[in-house]
Design a protein around this ligand. Sequence first.
Ligand SMILES: Cc1cc2nc3c(=O)[nH]c(=O)nc-3n(C[C@H](O)[C@H](O)[C@H](O)COP(=O)(O)OP(=O)(O)OC[C@H]3O[C@@H](n4cnc5c(N)ncnc54)[C@H](O)[C@@H]3O)c2cc1C
Length: 521
Amino acid sequence: MKREENLNQLADSSKTWDIAVIGGGSSGLGVALDAISRGLSVILLEKADFAKGTSSRSTKLVHGGVRYLAQGDVGLVLEALKERGKLLQNAPHLTQNQPFIIPIYSWFDRAQYSVGLKIYDWMAGKLRLGKSRFISKSETIRRLPAVKQDGLKGGVVYHDGQFDDARLALAIAQTADDAGACLLNYVSVRGLLKDEDGKITGLKVRDELNQEKYTLKAKMVINATGVFADKILQMDNPDAAKMIQPSQGIHLVMDLEFLGGKDALMIPKTNDGRVLFAVPWHGKLVVGTTDTLREKAKLEPEALQKEIDFVLETAAGYMTKVPTRADVKAVFAGLRPLARPKEEGAKTKEISRSHKVIVSESNLVTLTGGKWTTFRKMGEDTVDHYQEITKELLAPSESFEMKLHGHTNQVPEGHWSVYGSDAEAIQKLAEEDASLREKIHPDFPNILAEVVWAAREEMAVKVEDVLSRRIRMLILDAQAALDSSLKVAEIMAQELGKDSKWIEQELSDFRKVAEKYLIKA
Ligand SMILES: Cc1cc2nc3c(=O)[nH]c(=O)nc-3n(C[C@H](O)[C@H](O)[C@H](O)COP(=O)(O)OP(=O)(O)OC[C@H]3O[C@@H](n4cnc5c(N)ncnc54)[C@H](O)[C@@H]3O)c2cc1C
């Protein structure tokens, strides 16, 4: 996936794209993937990096949503379970089957969760990931050595999927790019073009790296900008009422010893009625989350002190070794779009976790809500509107069966797994040049060849792209990422033909971002 080549396609003003997608998070990428599977020409513009927004800040679960089942949303759970099962087959290098344990402290909970999870298993049908079952107190302690044991009666084990969200976003982008789509990071949409009937005909865009402006023609334009959807809706109609109220969720990352095993912990109902997850991920433990209303949609939202306290206090209720601020290696925050109440002062209501596709008078198609797990189906449902908008025939969707870039039946070992079939080519770089075998940071397995690969093949153009989303060091250990930034900047500068001024600027940009992921003890 080469940015220069894709920029050349953008510059070809004689071309009319079938579909132009605004936003390179899971929603926009799902649209691009589905559109390319039907033989349509697609361009996707992302104003920052792929998955820079909410899509790199999730709990990293490919799940049916046990709690939506409790709320009776059977259709949503069925759809998500089907997508979950297929995604684990289509991207085995980026997903895995993760056992979760719900610790049981009352016999009523045992009955309630055992029955609920049997239904969850049954609903997954052939795509089930494993049988849920009750386990004894001793087995619970063996599998979760650091779980609080006072009053513990046992546990209920169930299975869901787990994934690397930013790497999956990249793999979807690469799959679409391999099949002929044109995807660009650091290109923002600045305006909509319309004909004399007020129908959308294209976009005004800008390359954020050199400020160059372009216009492009498209038959169908899709707004897949998550919490930023209102900005595009207002480009379409300056009087459009605000639709979205961002709500923040944070996660804390700490050492695995706070849980102790390979299994994840799930608390379906904390004291204040929320769900708490503690999930092993890339050798660390990810604990979250919260639900805090925020006024503004931001690309780099910051965790509030009270959210950090809340997660630490809640986790402490279930762990024998109580985590403190000093134990937190990184904190990251993401924003979910809630429906803004129509009247001032009224309560916000969550946009149903099932997604919505809204078509405006001018034919702007907005995709909103949903979740990472269902990105492909969300894309399919959006592209289904193509015929109604363009009056052209539309081929059936084939994205359900598409294997994602890097797919392999022999997933490489260790940290190489996320590259799938690309791992060999990266290892070859290191074989050919011994200096690239050096580790980026002593506490992490990643080597300099991965930085070269990210800049050469994965469209990484900033130090943050590498340290936050190509390898996930920033959210695994923010200080380690800061300590690695000079090495990464120097390798990238060599690869991209940049000078020392660029390195300086990158280090300063990265520091500003990384400081938000550090917790002061
Ligand atoms: C805390 C939290 C935990 C979650 N955990 C899970 C989970 O475990 N499993 C799961 O399935 N789901 C989970 N979700 C839901 C899931 O993460 C989201 O549904 C999904 O990431 C939303 O993706 P998106 O593409 O709609 O938005 P985003 O990822 O925010 O993407 C929108 C993109 O649009 C770009 N953009 C904005 N304006 C412009 C413009 N003018 N021009 C070009 N580009 C623009 C932005 O830069 C951004 O990258 C979680 C959500 C949150 C908040």
